[in-house]
Write a protein that binds this ligand. Structure first.
Ligand code: NZQ
Ligand code: ZN
Length: 400
């Protein structure tokens, strides 16, 4: 087991009454004025914003609002939020929405206390040293942003989508009511399930040796998603299915699922598939992150599995109860291929695409993704198997 440093400071308030605690919890940690951030209107329509405001009002916490965050959120609105946070002197940012809303809130929280342009952080021109606290109200189990160290923001003018990882990004609290997710469109529920599974797999397939305790946690999270996502799609108000998905989403990306299989002195996983997917969403901002991963992850797996077949065999056994009939190369290849096929069929059964063609992404688009990939990942990347930009081109091509 590799040495690791696990830091998950987010207080999780989970359940049907979670929103009622927002005001008292923020009051307890000394907050007096909140900037509520939300998206295109789902939180308003569902009455969630009203409930958040009522909870803040009851605790005497003042609030202002910023709406209009789009999926694959853009830097322009972040800058607007920073101006508002400064002029209104807010001391906490409260995102109510999915990963896009939470990541926007995190970027505002970093930028409001920084003299330069917040984009500096995303292109590694500067490192943040402080932030306003963020207290999240997630409405979509997917990104895990409610407890993660990441914020991912697009810059349309520069055709880029970039992330900043820092412990300053970890929210101080997350108020998680599974009932808020009943209104999700099926496509978002499905894409969220893929994203959750992907956050675990990025860590599981780090290239590092097995760690049974972490591997069991990791595969248990994945099995739970495989069990609960179809139930949530069949019956959107299945509380238990929604609650398990929501908690799985947090556990998949707060760092727990990578302890000991982390890459020493580096990322807590491989993260190549996220890198390849982020360029896809930068190419076309209408592509949903989880849907992109549903295409990219199986393609990457087919390309790299021979580097560490033993990790794939563990995954095969723990997640799908697939075993190689003997230790021959042929039996191992059969078991691994059956596992990747089964995973991909599961994604497709949820309503996710199988190929990049489904996004209208074709051969001549591949080159357009390479400059962003080079900026974000360099010319050599990945820990399960070190890849070059030519390997990235080949993986994209295999997914067309
Ligand atoms: O904008 P509204 O009206 O809220 O609608 C949203 C949006 O259209 C809708 N939605 C959210 N909750 C809903 C709902 N509709 C009905 N009922 C609800 N309860 O869902 C749509 C998608 O929302 P979005 O926030 O974009 O989705 P998601 O949570 O999947 O977040 C995706 C973003 O997170 C980033 C992705 O790259 C992408 O930009 N990620 C962030 C990470 C992090 N911070 O740790 C890690 C991830 O790997 C990921 O990269
Ligand atoms: Zn993701």
């Amino acid at each position: 087991m590799n040495d690791f440093s696990f830091f998950s400071p987010t207080r999780i308030v989970f359940g049907k009454n979670a929103l009622e605690s927002i005001g008292s919890e923020l009051g307890r940690i000394g907050c007096t004025k909140a900037l509520i951030v939300y998206g295109g209107g789902s939180a308003r329509a569902a009455g969630t914003l009203d409930r958040v405001e009522a909870s803040l009002d009851a605790a005497g916490i003042a609030h202002v609002e910023l709406g209009g965050v789009r999926p694959n959120p853009e830097i322009t609105l972040v800058r607007e939020g920073i101006e508002l946070a400064r002029s209104e002197k807010v001391d906490v940012v409260v995102p109510v929405g999915g990963g896009s809303v939470m990541d926007t809130a995190k970027a505002i929280a970093l930028g409001a206390v920084y003299d330069g342009d917040v984009w500096d952080f995303f292109v590694h021109r500067a490192a943040p040293t402080e932030r306003i606290p963020v207290a999240a109200v997630p409405t979509l189990p997917a990104s895990g942003s409610e407890a993660s160290n990441s914020s991912v923001i697009s810059n349309d003018a520069e055709h880029l989508k970039c992330g900043i990882n820092t412990d300053l990004n970890r929210p101080v609290a997350a108020f998680m009511d599974p009932e808020l997710t009943y209104t999700l469109p099926p496509y978002q529920t499905a894409a969220g399930a893929v994203d959750i599974i992907s956050h675990v797999m990025e860590r599981f397939f780090s290239g590092e040796p097995a760690v049974p305790v972490t591997d069991h946690i990791a595969c248990g999270i994945i099995r739970s998603v495989i069990e609960c996502a179809p139930r949530a799609l069949a019956q959107p108000d299945d509380y238990d299915a929604r609650a398990n998905l929501m908690w799985a989403g947090t556990l998949a990306h707060n760092g727990l699922a990578g302890c000991g299989v982390n890459v020493p002195s580096s990322r807590d996983g491989d993260w190549t598939c996220h890198g390849l997917e982020h360029e896809l969403s930068a190419l076309d901002t209408s592509i949903t992150h989880g849907a992109g991963l549903a295409v990219i992850f199986p393609a990457w797996m087919r390309y790299v599995w021979r580097e560490h077949p033993e990790r794939f065999l563990t995954f095969a056994r723990e997640v799908f109860d697939i075993k190689a009939v003997d230790g021959s190369d042929e039996a191992i290849e059969d078991a691994v291929t059956a596992t990747i096929d089964e995973l991909q069929e599961f994604f497709v059964s949820l309503g996710m695409p199988r190929t990049l063609g489904a996004f209208d992404v074709h051969e001549d688009d591949i080159e357009r993704m390479i400059p962003g990939l080079t900026l974000n990942r360099g010319e050599v990347f990945g820990s399960f198997k070190q890849l070059t930009l030519d390997d990235a081109r080949a993986i994209y091509r295999s997914a067309l």
